[in-house]
Design a protein around this ligand. Structure first.
Ligand code: ADP
Ligand code: ZN
Ligand code: ZN
Length: 754
């Protein structure tokens, strides 16, 4: 086989395939297409080709009539699953591989859910229905009741169901074996058929229909611009910059309606799973059309069914988190990225480190679709693009009808500590505010971006902090489980130590630092009658718990919702009239060029949860940095001043959007070795690098050790990603082979610290 391939006489072919190997990034090789394969080798399909005597997998990038070089080998064979990737998604995949420097295999792995790649079958189940009318069955049932009680039990259940019932369910409800069912089928009273069961979630839930609202002038204006793009069937990106609660979602809903009228489908991205259920409810209540939901908590079966519903065109609206941007929507016309500034759109864990917002814009370009990015706090990049005319800007500056922006008060916590002669988590104003809300039957949100009870355990004699043995972070104390836990690797220490491991003193270990768990308890100590709910990573471990907590809060089961950033965004609770920010000073001090931007977004977003109904809202921000400009601008919801100050800083230091950043991450068990490899890669890059590019030195990462692996990084800053990519791809392909040192390339990282 191998032999005949290599020594075959030069054959002539009518068609040639340009092939990208699965493990490569953008190198293309040409192969001749044997006549018998001409009809099956098409763009995007997975084939096997000979490379230096070995068979390798690759994707067909294009089919052409002239090869790039005279002597070519033949395509060996076509592999299964070839048409899973539609042409538009194939194009997108090629772009991702090139831009984010990831081999195609990795790219298509994230683009296709594993259940699709492994070709899981549709779930087939036996479904039982009535053949005779209800009246006839009733009569028959009475007649056989005494002699054939098992059969009668089956019919009792069959009389209750509307259309029919799954066999498994029927057997359970009737509490019988399968044989009475078989008998009834033979007699022609009921029938059993194989049906495809749709595992899409939410299928059985009912929703109240809502009608489109009459738009205010600003909403109407922005919808008009989106309408124009949709009608022209062109690609255009819109930035919908609307303050919190200004009715962006209503604009999305009406834009989708326009797309549906044109028989176009829509992908709507939402940043986090927690937001999905609320959004889906609003969407379902407006549209009868089937909405597919994609998020990471779906089971494989559910994901498989949703994917096929989209692929077949049955679902024309797709709502989902990050990876929904890759769904095989038919005739895609509109892509909406809600809360486009959110970091959760960035895949930070594994390569390719793509940003779903940027991928959405690229997909819009490929599909000639309208892209709408929405936010109350646009990322600096997107707003900059709008000022440069790359995006069409629409502003929503007011909340509709009676809702107004909340009053914001900044509390200087240093003064509170003085009043209190020591530390306190709650200012007098916040406690007073919470009391008032309870009295009036209104609700409040209390935000703190740390979970757990105490954030550290420290020795008062020697200052030693109880840290994780595997990572360079301190352990967090959780009162509920009475243990110390590492939030990076999951390590647990139970019970917490009593003696200092460093200086051996007894009884000197003290807990410090406040997390959400302690806030909840402290609040109950001050206001014993208060009803609280807490949402953080600890209370939402189980499937459905997050949704349940949100539902409980919405239906008034608690006065106060306490939580981490999981509650900061997107949620809409009309009866929340007070929001308290316990403290977010720590985040401002992170050595990261995005620290201010992140804190500004966080405060503005949390504050935006207040006063969304007809009750006037109030926001209390507690801080030890009352004069910090970021906190001040956020408290005034003054994006423009924040933007103009921050963009000046970015320009002065040559940071995005005035440059692209590329972050190289290295990790391994031996810190010296990791550092050496990092420097080797850096040196290779340095050769012949134009002056416009800046190479930062190799430094330990923000968390220098995680799960016993030492981490180093370096940054490259430059005007273009593509230029660097050309230079990088051979280096990456070469070094990726090293097994014990992991390394990854993060293009446009959202954080340079971690
Ligand atoms: P955003 O998405 O900008 O945070 P929402 O779309 O959630 O804002 O709107 C906030 C509230 O205002 C919602 O209750 C919504 O139903 C209502 N709303 C939006 N647009 C209008 C309108 N044109 N007229 C009346 N109410 C509206
Ligand atoms: Zn000690
Ligand atoms: Zn750890």
């Amino acid at each position: 086989m191998e032999h005949s391939l290599l020594s075959a006489p030069v054959k002539t072919y009518r068609l040639f395939a340009s092939v990208i190997l699965e493990l490569s990034i953008n190198k293309q090789l040409d192969y001749g297409i044997p006549e018998e394969l001409e009809s099956t080798v098409t763009k995007g399909c997975l084939i096997e080709v000979p490379v230096r005597g070995f068979m390798r997998k690759g994707y067909v990038a294009s089919v052409k009539t002239e090869p790039s070089y005279p002597k070519v080998l033949p395509v060996h064979r076509v592999l299964g699953n070839t048409h899973l990737i539609t042409e538009d998604l194939f194009e997108l995949g090629l772009w991702i591989a090139k831009y984010y420097l990831a081999p195609l295999r990795q790219v298509f792995r994230i683009m296709l859910p594993s259940s699709i790649r492994n070709d899981m079958q549709h779930k087939q189940q036996l479904f039982v229905s009535r053949v005779l009318t209800r009246e006839k069955i009733k009569e028959y049932c009475i007649a056989i009741r005494n002699k054939h009680s098992e059969q009668a039990k089956v019919l009792d259940v069959m009389l209750l169901v509307t259309k029919g019932i799954l066999l498994t369910e029927l057997l359970e409800k009737a509490d019988v074996s399968k044989s009475p069912v078989d008998t009834l089928v033979k007699k022609g009273i009921i029938a059993v058929d194989l049906v495809q069961q749709d595992r899409s979630p939410l299928l059985d839930q009912e929703f109240f229909a809502t009608k489109p609202k009459k738009l205010n002038d600003e909403q109407a204006e922005s919808l008009k611009k989106i309408h124009q793009t949709l009608e022209q069937d062109t690609f255009q990106t819109h930035l919908l910059f609307g303050i919190t609660g200004s009715g962006k979602t209503e604009v999305y809903l009406q834009a989708i309606e326009l797309a549906l009228k044109q028989k176009k489908s829509t992908i709507m991205l939402v940043p986090e799973i927690s937001l999905t259920s609320q959004t889906v409810e609003r969407f379902r209540s407006r549209f009868k059309e089937k909405i597919a939901i994609l998020h990471h908590r779906l089971s494989d079966g559910e994901r498989f069914d949703e994917w096929h519903n989209i692929r077949s065109g049955k679902a024309q609206i797709v709502v989902g988190a990050r990876s929904a941007v890759f769904c095989p929507a038919q005739n895609l016309g509109l892509i909406i990225v809600d809360e486009e500034h959110e970091n959760s759109y960035k895949q930070s864990e594994e390569m390719p480190h793509y940003h779903a917002r940027d991928v959405a814009v690229m997909r819009g370009m490929i599909n000639k679709a309208c892209v709408v990015l929405g936010s109350a706090t646009p990322s600096l990049e997107s707003y900059y693009n709008a000022t440069q005319g790359k995006y069409v800007l629409s502003l929503l500056t007011q909340r509709p009808s009676s809702a107004t922006l909340p009053d914001v008060k900044i509390i200087d916590m240093k003064k509170e500590y003085d009043k209190h002669s020591g530390y306190t988590s709650f200012s007098e104003d916040l406690i007073e505010g919470l009391k008032q809300r309870m009295g009036r039957g209104e609700q409040a949100i209390v935000f703190l971006n740390r979970r757990g009870y105490h954030t550290t355990q420290m020795c008062q004699t020697c200052g030693h902090v109880t840290g994780c043995p595997n990572c360079d972070v301190s352990l967090t104390y959780h009162l509920g489980d009475h243990h110390l836990a590492c939030h990076l690797c999951g390590y647990q220490l139970c019970p917490p130590p009593k003696r200092c491991t460093e200086c051996q003193s007894d009884q000197t270990l003290k807990f410090k630092g406040v997390g959400t768990e302690q806030i909840e308890r402290a609040l109950h100590a001050i206001l014993p009658d208060i009803k609280t709910l807490r949402i953080d990573a600890d209370t939402t471990k189980h499937k459905g718990s997050h949704e349940r907590l949100l539902r409980d809060f919405r239906t008034g089961k608690a006065d106060v919702l306490i939580g981490t950033q999981m509650i900061a965004k997107g949620l809409h609770f009309p009866s929340v009239s007070l929001v308290g920010v316990i403290n977010c000073d720590g985040s401002l001090n992170l050595p990261d060029f995005r620290a201010s931007e992140t804190v500004f977004q966080l405060i503005t977003q949390v504050a935006g949860r207040a006063g969304r109904g007809c009750i006037k809202g109030e926001v209390i921000i507690q801080t030890c940095l009352p004069d910090n400009p970021t906190i001040l601008h956020a408290s005034n919801q003054d994006y423009n001043t924040f933007y103009s100050e921050e963009i000046g800083v970015r320009q002065a230091f040559g940071y995005p959007p005035f440059s692209h950043l590329i972050k190289f991450n290295f990790s391994g068990e031996d810190p010296n070795e990791v550092e050496i490899i990092a420097n080797q890669v850096r040196n290779e890059l340095m050769k012949g690098l134009p002056d416009a590019f800046h190479l930062h030195p190799v430094i330990p990462s923000g968390h220098a050790r995680v799960k016993n692996r030492f981490r180093f990084q370096f940054l490259v800053r430059g005007p273009s990603v593509y230029f660097l990519n050309q230079k990088l791809s051979p280096i990456v392909e070469e070094h990726m082979k090293q097994k014990h040192i992991h390394w990854s390339v993060d293009i446009d990282p959202t954080s340079t610290f971690f």
